[in-house]
Design a protein around this ligand. Structure first.
Ligand code: SAM
Length: 307
């Protein structure tokens, strides 16, 4: 099975429960989050008319930005047909028309210059050929169009997050020893039907890259983007977030107290604010998430880089 078939198979399976798994909603909480990432890349918060999300998943970024009022016509592409279906259905439920296509980021089925804005969230690290993918992102943008990528994990941030995931696992395993595995642990992969088990096991094979912010910026520049800028965010918030997410994924449904989601979210918010205060003191590469923006070359008055 080649790497793209693995991406499609794993994400098709994940699409059936993705929104629950990642606590995705299309309410104020997630609208604020999506708008916040957008404003970091586009500080004047301007609306863009024709917008494409590449690797849209279930529509977390695009649909929440549409609800925030900064998106006109919403086009969504993903290599997973399951994800595209859920994205379009989520849009319909929210009264947002989404023009969805099953498509590979390396060969986008849109004419050159089709979009004013191309967005992506947590997608670039899944793409095998980064040079081709970035060239495609640039090709489908009109000259002067904007690229906004968010949610890309940094190499150093991921290394530290891995330790916090381990901490979460150790905590749950200790609880299982103390109170009994049957009472504490959720059913593992073994409880799934064979076909699902195979797809679920691909999780370990779909994350292909980690970047330093400088490397990500270099990819955009090499593809001809101009006015490229990267920012990072989430330090302690990512440590807390990954430890708690690991616990949530491992324990039996219903085991955590009713107030747990509220407690986890409020704590994450406080840590997020602390991290914003730490930006400028802590090196950029130590934070977990990268936000990149760039402009497709060729707008009036701009020097067009050789591509
Ligand atoms: C981690 S999910 C992120 C989904 C969504 N953007 C979000 O933030 O919730 C990564 C998405 O990238 C998609 N993907 C992986 N490889 C792709 C490719 N070559 N072309 C287009 N989409 C791809 C996956 O199917 C999946 O939906």
């Amino acid at each position: 099975m080649d790497v793209k078939a693995k991406q499609a198979a794993y994400h098709d399976w994940e699409s059936t429960h993705y929104d629950d798994k990642w606590s995705i909603s299309f309410d104020e909480r997630c609208v604020d989050y999506a708008r916040g990432r957008y404003l970091k890349a586009v500080p004047d918060g301007r609306r863009h008319e024709r917008v494409l999300e590449v690797g849209c998943g279930t529509g977390f970024f695009m649909l929440n930005l549409a609800r925030a009022g900064v998106i006109g016509e919403a086009h969504c592409a993903d290599i997973s047909a399951g994800m595209v279906q859920v994205c379009v259905a989520n849009g319909r439920r929210l009264g947002i028309e989404v023009l969805g296509l099953v498509a590979d980021a390396e060969a986008l089925p849109y004419a050159a210059g089709s979009f004013d804005l191309v967005i992506g969230h947590a997608v670039v690290h899944h793409l095998p050929d980064l040079e081709t993918s970035f060239a495609e992102l640039g090709r489908v943008l009109r000259p002067g169009g904007r690229l906004v990528l968010a949610g890309e994990p940094t190499r150093a941030g991921d290394r530290v997050a891995t330790q916090f995931k381990r901490l979460g696992r150790v905590g749950v395993k200790l609880a299982a020893v103390a109170f009994g595995a049957d009472r504490v642990l959720a059913d593992g992969l073994a409880a799934l039907p064979a076909a699902e088990r195979h797809a679920a096991a691909l999780e370990a094979e779909v994350d292909l890259h980690l970047f330093t912010p400088v490397e990500l910026e270099g990819l955009a520049r090499a593809a001809g983007f101009v006015e490229v800028a990267v920012q990072t965010e989430e330090l302690t918030a990512s440590w807390f977030g990954w430890a708690t997410r690991t616990v949530e994924a491992m324990v039996r449904p219903g085991l955590l107290p009713d107030r747990y989601p509220w407690f986890a979210y409020r704590t994450w918010q406080r840590l997020f604010r602390l991290d914003e205060a730490l930006a400028g003191i802590v090196p950029q590469g130590a934070f977990y998430n990268t936000i990149l923006t760039g402009t497709a070359p060729g707008a009036a008055g701009q020097v067009v880089a050789a591509r």
